[in-house]
Design a protein around this ligand. Sequence first.
Ligand SMILES: [Zn+2]
Ligand SMILES: [Zn+2]
Length: 259
Amino acid sequence: MLIDYHMHTELTDGTGRPADYARVAVERGLDEIGCSDHAPLAERETDWTMKKSDLETYVNWVREAQAKFPQLPIKLGLEVDYVPGCEDWVRELAAMYPWDFFLGSVHYLGEFPVDRSAKDWETENVEARWREYFELWKKAARTRLFDSLSHPDLPKKFNFRPTTDFTSVYDDALGAVAESDVAIEVSTAGLRKPCREIYPSEPFLKIARRLNVPITLGSDAHIPQDVGAEYGKAIALARSCGYDKVCRFTLRKRDLVKL
Ligand SMILES: [Zn+2]
Ligand SMILES: [Zn+2]
């Protein structure tokens, strides 16, 4: 099964509508896709998240794509930011529509944007930021508000990496994920970023496999042409780490299918 569960639309920082992504998915022979545009934040509006008033349009666009491409299962999802204190809002959001899945993401450490620009990282204590990121990521898992955690080692995006061994940090973070029975995403987006690497790295994914953490696959497409981008590499990495199954979600219930 080729499944892409991570893509955006023109309501946020993407281009096009779900039907445009579905068309490319059909052309590329994908078996299933999931739309996962950036959910509105609880307390503020940004230029990269939906407004609360956009949700209905978003859901209607996904329904339109489903009607237009009946041969392709198209799941209704959201990429939801984990910000401490946001839990009630995420629950409220979950009750609004019959969502199939929520991706949980950590894009901000307080005011610090993890993935906005290399410049933001230049003056930072890289190792401290990485630790802070995984602490928050762990908390996100423990809320059990998300079905899969996106782009697990996002702080590597601009190639600012810790110089010490992070195995114990990964072990600890993935331990929390395993306990919480959440999946993690294998994302090809990193291949298109300065780090030129799939999220997460091979050592990280091997630990996840050892702890029986299930995976979802995603391109994090912001343009329709990126749907299923470089999936051969993602599948090869997942297989080399011992995975032979991926998750699918329907109304937030998980099932595993052959990779
Ligand atoms: Zn993201
Ligand atoms: Zn995304």
